[in-house]
Ligand binder design. Structure first.
Ligand SMILES: Nc1ncnc2c1ncn2[C@@H]1O[C@H](COP(=O)(O)OP(=O)(O)OP(=O)(O)O)[C@@H](O)[C@H]1O
Ligand SMILES: [Mg+2]
Length: 455
């Protein structure tokens, strides 16, 4: 993997950055965000017509849930008739958060952070000072730094004097804390922030996937939503909960009491279409174009994106990551976009180098891997044992286990009780590489000599 010089393409920066789009990020979200018109219209209509809201945004890993929530927050913060305030950063779902007090404090903390960015003098307001104290104290005594992202010492330099902050455990009762929450919403509604008047607050809680990946958390999650049910009904607060496709079905709707305060259907976020992804990538490149060039140069042909789209079933993050891996394989500067064959060979090569350089596999284990990668069909352990004339008992532990642990192979099929194995999506490109290894090396050598490809 070479360090990529983006200037060779007439770009200021990496356009394949896999971070979610966010207000104030490297890319202006209002321009870089593509598609999702239907979901946005639906959400905007809801925001315009409801005076409180609670909904789930569900979808597979990397499809664009966080970016969608951030975009909807952005337009509702700056360009709708009825404006809603929101912290640009989301609240991260975690075990510590699954507690009503922590949840309220986390909302207050993230809101204060945003007000600090946009209307710093508002922090001098008496109520604000009190809110800051609440967040500061709880941050210092009862939370891991990760929970509220290190708000400790928040009061420093913003008017509230440090001496005032007691180091006593947080004694606030739930009802007093809730009361502060309501007062904060009132404050948002009655004070201009950054020149705008707001009608409420959007609360964005991200990544329930992480918690839901552990089955033992399910009960805790259901209990959490039951505990915060009254908060979810406060006026002028609009909640977004983001998670996997089954967040609504398995957590929210199992409790009728909770379900009844949610919008009845989750928003299922599907993969962007192929052309939307092409549009998104083109838009990124024009946004990041160097000032001193007329046009940017596309590093890859659009067909490469289509091919990766099929491989990763539209997962835009994996697509962008792979494109970057491909470009990182080019030995010199590119003078024209890579075509599909070139790109796929390079991606396979990149995966192979990962295995060679980072994974410490024994030669025999690599041989097993090569057999799996070369095989037209998925293979069972008996196939491998027969082929290598090895004892079947060794195959599973010595040969397969490291490949499974490194996420290189996985079960693809089952016939009766026998599992059949193949490459994971991440490593499927190995097929193209190993398959055509010799020819590929010839091709790359040849193209290296051709000034048309690498200069
Ligand atoms: N509508 C869009 N237009 C342009 N780029 C997008 C869009 N949606 C997502 N992206 C880009 O795709 C990548 C993945 O998006 P995002 O992080 O929002 O997905 P996610 O579903 O929240 O992922 P995760 O499951 O990991 O939380 C990011 O780099 C983001 O910038
Ligand atoms: Mg996300």
């Amino acid at each position: 993997m070479n360090i990529i010089n983006w200037q060779q393409f007439g770009l200021k920066k990496n356009p394949y950055n896999i971070q979610p789009l966010v207000e104030g990020g490297d890319l202006p979200i209002e321009k870089a965000f593509i598609g999702r018109e239907k979901e946005i219209k639906y959400l905007n209509d809801l925001f315009a017509n409801e005076d409180r809201l609670c909904l789930t945004l569900c979808g597979n890993v990397g499809v664009g849930k966080t970016s969608l929530a951030n975009f909807v927050k952005f337009i509702n913060k700056y360009s709708q008739q009825k404006l809603l305030f929101s912290p640009r950063r989301e609240i991260e779902a975690s075990i510590e958060l699954l507690n009503k007090k922590n949840f309220i404090i986390e909302i207050i903390g993230s809101t204060i952070k945003e007000i600090k960015l946009l209307q710093r003098d508002l922090l001098k307001d008496d109520l604000m000072k009190k809110l800051i104290q609440i967040v500061d104290i709880s941050d210092a005594i009862s939370f891991s730094g990760s929970l509220s992202g290190g708000l400790a010492g928040y009061s420093a330099g913003i008017g509230a004097s440090k001496e005032k902050i007691s180091t006593q455990p947080l004694q606030l009762s739930m009802s007093i804390l809730e009361d502060y929450f309501v007062k904060m919403i009132e404050l948002i509604k009655t004070h201009e922030i950054n020149g705008f008047k707001y009608s409420g607050l959007i609360v964005h809680v991200n990544n329930f996937d992480v918690l839901m990946a552990e089955p033992e958390n399910k009960k805790k999650l259901i209990q959490f939503f039951n505990d915060i049910r009254d908060l979810l009904q406060f006026n002028d607060v609009y909640y977004f909960f983001l998670g996997p496709t089954d967040l609504f079905k398995n957590i929210i709707s199992v409790n009728a009491r909770v379900k009844s305060v949610f919008v009845g259907q989750p928003i299922q976020v599907a993969a962007l279409s192929k052309t939307e992804i092409i549009d998104a990538l083109n838009e990124r490149m024009s946004l990041l174009k160097s000032d001193n060039v007329k046009n940017y140069l596309k590093p890859i042909e659009d067909n490469v994106v289509f091919r990766l789209y099929d491989l990763y079933q539209g997962d835009i993050r994996s697509i962008m990551k792979s494109i970057k891996d491909i470009i990182g394989q080019s030995p010199g500067s590119l003078s024209r976009p890579l075509n599909t064959n070139e790109a796929m060979v390079m991606l396979g090569q990149e995966r192979w180098e990962q295995i060679e350089n980072n994974f410490n596999l024994k030669d025999e284990q690599k041989k097993v891997l090569a057999l799996i990668a070369n095989s037209q069909n998925y293979v069972c352990q008996k196939n491998i044992a027969d082929n290598l004339k090895k004892d079947r008992a060794n195959i599973s532990g010595y040969y397969f286990k490291p490949l499974i642990d490194l996420n290189i192979i996985e079960v693809k099929d089952k016939k009766g009780k026998t599992p059949y194995w193949g490459l994971t999506k991440e490593f499927e490109p190995l097929k193209w590489y190993i398959d055509a290894r010799k020819e590929v090396q010839r091709e790359i050598k040849k193209s290296l000599k051709q000034p048309t490809l690498f200069s």
